[in-house]
Design a protein around this ligand. Structure first.
Ligand code: UDP
Length: 406
């Protein structure tokens, strides 16, 4: 595992020195993160990278994953979709089941800390315990919250307002709330297996393992198989391009334990791909970070054609590799891409196809987009900035005079 000091070569000494100074002020405090999956999706990706680095800084940071049955995860996926603005129907019985599972988790929970950092709606009900522990509670929302379904929003709001602070990924997601709202964008780890530099020989070996031709342009989308990532729309865009330009499409994805829809979407993707030998639908195990890195680095164009998106780490991942990224102009994606400067924002299948063709035919322009994108990620979306934001947030929760010895 890498040490936080190894990031000095990327972000400079000052950034790391400041992290140590902030962490020193939090010595003695414990922090427990709680979410609903240890693998798959952006939240697990970030926690996996961030927690060891925070420990290097001397902090007592923990991570717990709540447990639930299949019914619970069906309900939480509906909540997830409803918050993203998709119409869903959740019955009274289902809301009740959601609360019962939260109650059960809070009864079994052991790792109560000075700061409870709760991620997304699944474990939101743990906050009921706050009276007992008199600690600080943060609710971190990773979802595109700009148009939530009203009944779901009202249900969650009752819990959110019991927290000391809420954290959102983009300004557009802020809501009318009685508690402070903080804007913290997610981040990528530049030294992780997912993002570090790779030898060309390794990249080529990954392509050959999957039967992908390294001499024909590759268009890639890496995503869970989720309707909101629009993998079928990606295939349609590829088909429009393919009429004029020979290319290959890679759709690489795995499941997340808290996402029960994956299999259904995967089947639709397979049906749409039919027998096209230039479409590679890769269902990858959860530890395929080097393979994903290689696929992204081998690509001529990276897509993230989301219809809704909390942030979209895959956009940052592509940009960090200096790739031209074409992505849906939704949720947190416009924070990462300034249209025609650090990538391309699109709204439709046709628009996506138009820009893929354009970038395949204008490699110099594509290269400049990627270079601007990398610089933007370096300035704004690296894990060190993210840790700094969190440490400042933690400090802000305590009364300056008595609880933290500043
Ligand atoms: N990812 C992965 N394997 C997959 C699909 C996705 O490792 O098969 C990673 C991807 O590289 C990214 C994260 O999971 O780091 C997805 O985060 P994002 O914010 O793009 O989407 P989310 O899944 O959280 O909606």
């Amino acid at each position: 595992m890498l040490h936080i000091n190894e990031y000095r070569s990327i972000v400079g000494n000052q950034v790391i020195d400041e992290l140590y100074i902030l962490a020193e002020k939090l010595k003695g405090f414990s922090i427990t993160n709680v979410n609903s999956t240890a693998m798959g999706g952006g939240v697990a990706e970030i926690l996996n990278r961030m927690i060891p680095l925070m420990r290097n800084l001397g902090l007592s940071v923990f991570w717990e994953v709540i447990k639930g049955d299949d019914v619970f995860f069906d309900i939480t996926k509906k909540i997830h979709n409803g918050l993203h603005g998709v119409e869903v129907s959740i019955t009274r019985q289902e809301f009740k089941h959601f609360l019962e599972i939260n109650q059960k988790n809070s009864e079994d929970f052991k790792n109560w800390a000075d700061i409870m950092y709760i991620h997304d709606p699944q474990p939101i009900g743990l906050v009921k315990k706050r009276k007992q522990f008199k600690n600080k509670w943060i609710w971190r929302c990773h979802i595109d919250f700009s148009k939530p379904q009203r009944d779901i929003w009202l249900f969650l709001k009752k819990f959110i307002e019991k927290y000391d602070a809420s954290v959102f990924s983009a300004p557009a997601f802020s809501r009318r709330l009685s508690i402070p709202q903080v804007l913290v964008a997610p981040s990528i780890d530049p030294l992780s297996d997912k993002n570090k530099e790779l030898e060309q020989g390794f990249i080529d070996s990954v392509l050959s393992r999957f039967g992908i031709d390294k001499d024909k342009p590759i268009i890639t989308q890496v995503s869970r198989f989720d309707y909101l990532k629009d993998p079928v729309g990606v295939i349609k865009a590829y088909r429009l391009v393919k009429k004029y330009t020979d290319c290959q499409l890679v759709l690489a994805g795995g499941g997340a334990k808290d996402d029960p829809e994956g299999q259904k979407v995967l089947k639709e993707v397979m049906d749409e791909a039919e027998a096209d030998k230039d479409i590679f639908v890769l269902l990858l195990p959860s530890d395929s970070n080097l393979e994903i890195n290689a696929l992204q680095r081998a690509s001529s164009v990276i897509l993230q054609k989301s219809l809704k998106e909390g942030f979209g780490l895959t956009v940052c991942e592509g940009l960090w590799k200096e790739k031209p990224v074409i992505a849906g102009a939704v949720g947190g994606i416009p924070l990462q891409i300034a249209h025609k400067y650090s990538g391309i924002l699109t709204y439709t299948v046709e628009g996506t196809a138009y820009w893929i063709k354009h970038l395949l035919h204008e490699p110099e322009y594509a290269k400049i987009l990627g270079q601007h994108g990398k610089q933007h990620v370096k300035n704004n979306f690296l894990i060190t900035r993210h840790i700094q934001d969190y440490l400042l947030l933690f400090l802000s929760l305590f009364n300056r005079d008595d609880e933290v010895n500043l």
